[in-house]
Design a protein around this ligand. Structure first.
Ligand code: NDP
Length: 607
């Protein structure tokens, strides 16, 4: 880190001023582009429309999605001997977010050796420390081939409803292809980044140029592919909205190919170096069995500030988060001495100063450099890493339109108005994020009706209520995999999804072995988990209130609990231990278990 001394008082004042600009300005409402923009109702990657007859069948388990979390769940089920399964996905292949998001520059910012699931099982060696989206998609396909998942998947198929039938103890799932699939268990694997959002900027529907979200990239318009090479942008004026993990990966490619690229910036990104490099083949081959999970555990320990002998991943995440996230996630609490808290805040100021110093070193134009400096604590937003984002502002084709926290004012037929000035544009790319949230109610697209007929969206309208974030009262034989609310979280999403997959496979395989017809968590168990959540809650209020708005702090709206405050405050290791103890117990205090004999009897009874 470059800077050793910082003016703490000045920085605090500056951070609050910058936050206030954004709290009171900038349109933070959003619209769901699905249904408004035709692009969202079609799959840009579908080579052909699959034709098939409607399916009527009964299986043991349905996965409501075919992303990496679904594959993890199915792989663990496979290992437990459960293979009568079905994946249903709107996409045309496995991969989930990596299927939809193929924008130029797409790469995962979590190290490939811990992010990519099932590396040892499938025998994949990632090519680089941080994998491209293309490589991750290839790996998703390799997993599917390895476990014979292709024969169990129906793609280009939207679920239209899932209803629990109490008489037969089956979920009845219907689709837009006329399928009726009955299943004993349903695993919710929709993920939490599959619903894009557009800011509700006046006139957005009027723009007559090309407009799309990165998760529906139009290569027929730009040319190239996810490696770049956007040759068709030559001569085009392109606007980019968004300086998050997505926007900063796209920007260097636009800068290289478009005649003019305007980045409409509401908040500057805090970007550290990524330092990507090819895999050291000898090192990779020298890993001993079990290394993969050990490395995932080591990463989480490092970023949680847990004591470790050696930081195996050793990157910007482990170096910064090990100290800072612990403090901001409540690892430092009100009983800690004030000087410890102060020291951490100082470290944060210094780290952010080093990022601002880097901007000064790299960017030639002073005004642009000043505009690119981020004034907030590192974990107010997801930290960002890139080796070419800051650099691309030296390209003569690039214009940074710093809206000083206000965002763009409006769209017109021919462009965007920002800071009172009109910019003529041929194309606008909306890297404006996703509806981040729980499985329901924000992100599901179809009703899930439980035992009483209530939908999950209705049940969770006032907030998620669950046991461990995974099971919920009134919805038997249904578990979510990869959820984040009411669960322990990690920056490595796949590590979390793996634990959920283990849980689902253990519970389901045991239920099938023991001829259990249905298993449902009780209201009492749900209430107890709510109490546990409350007793473990880390109070991030002060930290988050001082943050610039973003999806970590409800866009600065403090009237409801923020994302992290709805996660398990005791940390992921403790949470995983709770899951392990639960599945190894007979969980009878928390569940109502119905045997198959009881179920058959009730099915024969007249309604
Ligand atoms: P984000 O929500 O992180 O960013 C959205 C961006 O759009 C913000 O910069 C926001 O500005 C900007 N924006 C929204 N409305 C306006 C407006 N009216 N005017 C100007 N700017 C506006 O979305 P991303 O898609 O970048 O990332 C979402 C998440 O996806 C990540 O946090 C991460 O979890 C995941 N992801 C992970 C990757 C990985 O490598 N693992 C890669 C890509 C995404 P402001 O900052 O002012 O709010």
């Amino acid at each position: 880190m470059a800077s050793s001394s910082v003016d703490v008082k000045m920085l605090h004042k500056k951070y609050i001023e910058e936050r206030d600009k954004r709290l009171h300005n900038g349109n933070r409402d959003f619209i769901d582009p699905i249904g408004y923009f035709p692009d969202f109702d079609r799959d840009p990657w579908a080579i052909e429309r699959i034709t098939r007859d409607a399916i009527t069948e009964e299986v043991d388990v349905v996965m409501t999605g075919a992303g990496l979390a679904a594959e993890l769940a199915a792989a663990h089920l496979h290992d437990a001997g459960v293979t009568n399964i079905r994946f249903i996905d709107e996409a045309g292949d496995f991969g989930g977010v990596w299927y939809w998001n193929r924008y130029p520059g797409i790469r995962c910012d979590i190290e490939s050796y811990i992010y990519l699931p099932l590396l040892e099982e499938v025998g994949t060696m990632p090519r680089e420390k941080y994998s491209s989206g293309k490589e991750i998609l290839e790996h998703a396909r390799a997993i599917a081939r390895h476990y014979d998942f292709y024969s169990k998947a129906i793609f280009q198929t939207k679920i239209t409803g899932a209803t629990w039938d109490e008489a037969s103890d089956r979920w009845h799932i219907t689709t837009n292809r006329g399928d009726v699939i009955k299943t004993r268990f349903m695993i919710g694997t929709s993920g939490y980044l599959h619903r894009p959002k557009f800011p509700n900027v006046p006139g957005i529907m009027d723009f007559r140029g090309r407009i799309f979200h990165p998760s529906r990239w139009d290569f027929s318009y730009t040319g190239g592919d996810s490696d770049g090479d956007l040759v068709k942008l030559k001569g085009k004026r392109v606007g980019l909205i968004g300086t998050g993990a997505t926007g900063i990966q796209i920007m260097p490619h636009l800068a290289k190919y478009a005649y003019r690229t305007y980045l409409f910036q509401r908040t500057p990104a805090a970007v550290d170096v990524r330092n990507n490099r090819p895999t050291d083949v000898a090192w990779f081959k020298s890993q001993i069995p079990g290394w993969h999970v050990e490395r995932m555990d080591n990463f989480h320990a490092a970023v949680s500030g847990e004591p470790i002998e050696r930081d195996l991943v050793d990157d910007c995440w482990t170096r910064a988060a090990g100290r800072l996230f612990k403090s901001t996630a409540g690892g430092v609490n009100s009983n800690d001495p004030a000087d410890a808290i102060e020291a951490l805040q100082r470290y944060d100021y210094e780290l952010m100063q080093s990022l601002r110093d880097r901007v000064d070193k790299v960017v030639k134009d002073r005004k642009t450099a000043d505009s690119l400096k981020a004034w907030y604590n590192l974990f107010c937003k997801r930290p960002l890493y890139s080796d070419d984002y800051i650099e691309c502002f030296n390209e003569p084709s690039v214009r940074l339109i710093d809206t000083d926290g206000r965002g763009v004012e409006r769209f017109t037929k021919t462009g965007i108005v920002a800071n009172g000035q009109h910019y003529d544009l041929d194309c606008v790319i909306m890297a404006s994020g996703f509806q981040v949230g729980a499985y329901e109610p924000k992100t599901a697209t179809y009703p899930i009706r439980g035992r009483t007929g209530q939908t999950l969206a209705d049940k969770w309208a006032g907030g998620v209520r669950s046991v461990h974030g995974l099971w919920t009262h009134g919805f038997p034989n249904f578990q979510v995999v990869g959820t984040i609310l009411q669960a322990g979280v990690s920056f490595n999403y796949m590590w979390l999804a793996r634990q959920h997959a283990i849980q689902a496979a253990a519970m389901i395989s045991r239920a099938l072995r023991e001829d259990v017809a249905s298993i449902e968590v009780t209201q009492d168990a749900e209430d107890r988990w709510a109490q546990t959540m409350q007793s473990k809650a880390q109070d991030r209020t002060h930290f988050e209130e001082e943050c610039t708005p973003g999806y970590f702090n409800n866009e600065g709206n403090s009237s409801s609990p923020t994302l992290f405050m709805q996660t398990y405050g005791g940390g992921a290791f403790e949470y995983f231990d709770i899951l392990r103890r639960w599945r190894e117990s007979d969980y009878q205090n928390d569940t109502v278990v119905k045997r198959a004999a009881q179920s058959r009897k009730s099915a024969l009874e007249p309604a």
